[in-house]
Structure formats: structure tokens, C-alpha cells
Design a protein around this ligand. Structure first.
Ligand SMILES: Cc1cc2nc3c(=O)[nH]c(=O)nc-3n(C[C@H](O)[C@H](O)[C@H](O)COP(=O)(O)OP(=O)(O)OC[C@H]3O[C@@H](n4cnc5c(N)ncnc54)[C@H](O)[C@@H]3O)c2cc1C
Length: 497
């Protein structure tokens, strides 16, 4: 990065205590809001311009909700909070001794000084060391992921209709595999089954969508492990009644454009021909956990989460709080409430210190329970010792999600979409574009991603837009050739294409 593109934040901040918040997810947003009445100057820096309600991503992927309903602009949410401002940027550096945070966006760099820091950068998808699977089996972590999956799922039915009308075998197009039988995997498999067996059944002429196969695969021996054996069994039976094939004790060993291979405990291997795969297994904490670990010598766990003190601070740096999916503390789960409560705790601690109040003591998590939907009108819930299934659990799921969707307008339109999808058969958000399906892979083929497509301050001579466009066109042609010849993801002597 050229130094001319770099800009440091002015150090004169009028003596007001500067709080930098990294991330606009549950931790980042709730931490910032909790400091609303404090005498502080907050800068929230996040790599997206929205606050994402991840629990409903699967509904965007399956055409129930629009992305705007679950991802409102952070800037709009915080518009009235005068002590907070929002900056777009991916944080790549945190200097704990200098007390600075450095972020980048499209070739622009900014360095912010802080007096207190809240790091809430969450977690990404983990492919357990097989990152090459990502090209063929997108995860479910971002709006991009959900829109790409929407395109792939509805696109598979379109391609099957086309193939069938030409007399071709389309079984691989009508087979959908979801990897990971946690809440997200269960919700995705249930929704794809409802799409195939209910929503789309009258829309096609050459294919019968009800013959589509939906498989839910997991290496674990049960569905929804954190919900316990009984609810796991109930969920498995419910899914099977809906036509989902549940494959447990099955480890995914390879994924390609045309399918995937699973290995069972007894050593047996099976190859499943399926064009559409969804990866809903495993999480890896933000790489910022490693950045912090390297400077403090604090260990990371297997999921890359950093160990924090009982008050959520980093050892040796009491002004730095880490919250949410990034932390390893007392086996706390990676759920929204851990991030929300942790961020509120950190905000209260910062405010208290400024007012000279004693510390609140260790952070205590209050478990409000867990829920997962299986289909319309069916869910499971585990709240304390209470276990609920079916319609009652689904009503609870509905109420809880309505409370946590941000903004009245979004709540209202989500309810209307749920009416259309759950009482009727419709899915009003089925639109998807070629760009949504292929842009991620196309960008990944550029050396520096989107940065290659824009000019940067002071670097106009280095960037040649015409040349970049030509290169892009050549890449697009190559992409079409590989797809037409079914060669994407094929192993060759020279490696994988
Ligand atoms: C598909 C799915 C379904 C889920 N369902 C549920 C559920 O039903 N119930 C439940 O309780 N939990 C659920 N969760 C988990 C829950 O969403 C997370 O536990 C929660 O979002 C964690 O909050 P967080 O603030 O730690 O991270 P996030 O909410 O992920 O926020 C991270 C933020 O940091 C930003 N960021 C990341 N890296 C950087 C960087 N380097 N620089 C700047 N910004 C950065 C991101 O853009 C984002 O704004 C689900 C998660 C997923 C993915």
C-alpha cells in the first residue's frame, strides 16, 4: 500500500475520551448504542455498511426476505446518536502499545487513535483446512453468501428445467446438499425442502420439483447437538417426514463443482452428484484475534478465538475489550446474546471508569435459550430446563425474531413476507442476478480483488483501467469456457483449475 493513500486520524480530539468499536454486528452495534449517554467520542469501523441479522440469512437465501430487511444501514440506525460516527473499512492492524487501529477500503487507509477499544469482529466460515471447498459450497455468513446461494438454488431448478426439456439427465441439478446439521443447516435443509415440495411445485413444466433430493450431512452422530438428544431426534424425524435425507456420521472429504464425497465411520465412501451445496459447518474467529494474540502472547483456541479476562479485557491492556464470537471464555457459545450482553458490559465498564465507579466484577452471561426452525409452523426451543417443539416453539421463534429485527419498517415488512410465505405458497424475493452468483469467484481471480477495479488516491499512473478491463474480459471468457466444458474444479496434473 502506498503511503500516499494512508491517512492518520488527527490527534486533537478536544480531550474527549475516544472509543473505537470494530464491527457493526451484534457486539459492535449494541456496544455503541449502550454508550449513547456517555461523554465519549465513538468511531465504529466495520467492513460492511450494514448491521447484519445473521439468524435470518437463510430466509434471504431461500427467497422469503429481502437482504434490506435483515441488513439495515448502520449509519441510519446511529443517525441520531450524536457521539457516534461510522466509517467503512476492514481493520487489518491493531497496535496495542500505540493504541491505534488501522483499516483499509479500496486502496484507502485510515489510522484511528483510541483511549478505549471494543473489538467485535465476529467469526467467518471454517472449511476445516479445506478452503478450496468454498468455491463450490458457499457458507452462510454474509449478505453476499445468502444472495449467491439464492441464485444457485433457484438457478439449479432453472437449469434442470432447461436440461429436462432437452431430454438430459438432471438428477445432479435437483440434488441439494447442506453440510452441517446445526441450527443453520437444519433451517436451510428445511427451507429448500419446502421450496421443492411446496412452493415451486406448480411453476415448472419439464421437471417435477417434488422429486428433488435434499440431503443434510454431518460428521456428528446427531442433528442439533447443542439442543440435546431428545430435540435432536425430534428434529431429525420431522426433517425426514418433509423428505430431507439426514446423513449422520458422514465426514465430507471432497467437494467439486459437480458433487461431493463423504466418508463414513466404517471407512465406506460415497460420492453424491449435486450441483448445489451449502456449507453450514464450522466457524473460525476473525483473523483480528490472531493480531491481538501475537501482541499479548494470549492463546487462541482451535476455532481461532482469543482467551480474555473475566472482565472481557486483554491481559495487560485493560482498555481493550473483546466481545462476541471472537472470544474463548468459560465455553460461552457463539450466539447473538453473548455478543450483545458482552458489548453492553464493556460499554458500562468504560462509562463507569470515566465516572470513577468501581468495576462491575466479572462478566456474567444470562442464557435466554436457543431456538431453531425446521419448517413453517415447526421449531424447537431449549430454554433453561424447558424443551418445546412444534407450533408453540415456532410462535416463540417468530416473536423473538421480530423483537430483534432492527427498525419498525423492517419488522412490518418481515411480517408481511412471512404471511405470504407461511400462510400462502409465495416467495416474493426470488430475484437473483448473474453477478450475485459469479462475482465472488470472478473477484477472487483478481490479484487484489476489488482494489484492482478502482483507482486509488495518488496511484492513477499505476492503474490502467483499459488494461484492467481487457484482463477482466479475458477472465470472463475463460470462466465461460471452463463452465461450458465442466472443467471448473477439475483436478489436472498441474493442479486444480
Ligand atoms: C447463519 C447464521 C445463523 C445464526 N443464527 C443464530 C440464532 O438463531 N441465534 C443466535 O443467538 N445466534 C445465531 N447466530 C450467531 C450470531 O449471529 C453470532 O453469534 C453473532 O452475530 C456474533 O456477534 P458478533 O458481534 O461477535 O459478530 P458479528 O455479528 O458477526 O459481527 C461482526 C462484525 O464485524 C465486522 N468485521 C469483521 N471483520 C472485520 C474487520 N477486519 N474490520 C472491520 N470490521 C470487521 C463484520 O462486518 C460485522 O459487522 C447465527 C449465525 C449465523 C452465521
Amino acid at each position: 500500500m502506498s503511503s500516499s493513500a494512508s491517512k492518520s486520524q488527527p490527534t486533537d480530539h478536544g480531550g474527549v475520551h475516544r472509543v473505537v468499536v470494530v464491527g457493526s454486528g451484534f457486539g459492535g452495534l449494541f456496544g455503541t448504542k449502550a454508550l449513547k449517554r456517555s461523554d465519549v467520542d465513538i468511531t465504529m469501523v466495520a467492513k460492511t455498511t450494514h448491521h447484519l441479522f445473521q439468524p435470518l440469512l437463510y430466509q434471504v437465501a431461500t427467497g422469503i426476505l429481502s437482504e434490506g430487511e435483515i441488513a439495515p444501514p448502520t449509519r441510519e440506525i446511529l443517525a441520531r446518536q450524536k457521539n457516534a460516527r461510522v466509517l467503512l473499512g476492514e481493520v487489518t492492524g491493531i497496535d496495542l502499545d500505540d493504541r491505534t487501529v488501522t483499516s483499509h477500503v479500496l486502496g484507502r487507509t485510515i489510522t484511528l487513535g483510541y483511549d478505549s477499544l471494543i473489538v467485535a469482529a465476529g467469526a467467518g466460515q471454517s472449511y476445516f483446512g479445506n478452503d478450496r471447498f468454498a468455491e463450490f459450497a458457499p457458507g452462510m455468513k454474509s449478505v453476499d453468501d445468502a444472495l449467491e446461494l439464492r441464485g444457485r438454488i433457484f438457478g439449479a431448478f432453472e437449469m434442470a428445467e432447461l436440461g429436462a426439456s432437452r431430454g438430459e439427465d438432471v438428477d445432479h441439478l435437483l440434488t441439494f446438499v447442506v453440510v452441517g446439521a446445526g441450527p443453520t443447516g437444519v433451517e436451510m435443509a428445511g427451507q429448500i425442502a419446502e421450496l421443492a415440495h411446496r412452493t415451486l411445485k406448480r411453476d415448472f413444466r419439464s421437471i417435477n420439483t417434488r422429486t428433488a433430493r435434499v440431503l443434510l450431512v454431518d460428521a456428528a452422530p446427531q442433528v442439533l447437538p447443542p439442543f440435546g438428544h431428545k430435540l435432536g431426534l425430534w428434529t431429525k424425524e420431522k426433517l425426514e417426514k418433509m423428505g430431507v435425507e439426514v446423513m449422520l456420521g458422514a465426514m465430507v472429504t471432497d467437494v467439486s463443482e459437480r458433487g461431493l464425497t463423504v466418508k463414513f465411520k466404517d471407512g465406506r465412501e460415497e460420492t453424491i452428484a449435486a450441483v448445489t451445496k451449502v456449507w453450514a459447518a464450522g466457524v473460525q474467529a476473525s483473523p483480528l484475534a490472531k493480531v491481538l494474540s501475537e501482541q499479548t502472547g494470549t492463546p487462541l483456541d482451535r476455532a481461532g478465538r482469543i482467551a480474555v479476562n473475566p472482565d472481557l479485557t486483554l491481559t495487560g491492556y485493560p482498555e481493550v475489550f473483546v466481545v462476541g464470537d471472537m472470544i474463548a471464555l468459560d465455553n460461552l457459545p457463539g450466539v447473538a446474546q453473548v455478543a450483545i450482553q458482552g458489548a453492553k458490559y464493556a460499554a458500562k465498564e468504560i462509562d463507569g471508569r470515566l465516572k470513577g465507579k468501581p468495576s462491575q466484577g466479572p462478566f456474567k452471561y444470562f442464557d435466554k435459550g436457543s431456538m431453531a426452525t425446521i419448517s413453517r409452523f415447526n421449531a424447537v426451543a431449549a430454554i433453561g430446563k424447558v424443551r418445546l417443539t412444534g407450533f408453540i416453539a415456532w410462535l416463540m421463534w417468530l416473536a423473538v425474531h421480530l423483537v430483534y429485527i432492527t427498525g419498525f419498517k423492517n419488522r412490518l415488512s418481515a411480517v408481511m413476507h412471512w404471511f405470504v410465505s407461511f400462510l400462502g405458497r409465495g416467495r416474493s424475493e426470488r430475484t437473483s442476478t448473474e453477478q450475485q452468483i459469479f462475482a465472488r469467484t470472478a473477484l477472487a481471480r483478481l490479484e487484489r480483488g476489488a482494489v484492482d477495479l478502482v483507482s486509488r488516491p495518488g496511484e492513477s499512473e499505476e492503474v490502467h483501467p483499459t488494461e484492467t478491463r481487457e484482463q477482466l474480459e479475458a477472465r470472463a471468457l475463460e470462466e465461460v469456457r471452463l463452465t461450458d466444458e465442466s472443467k471448473r474444479g477439475v483436478k489436472t496434473a498441474a493442479g486444480r483449475i
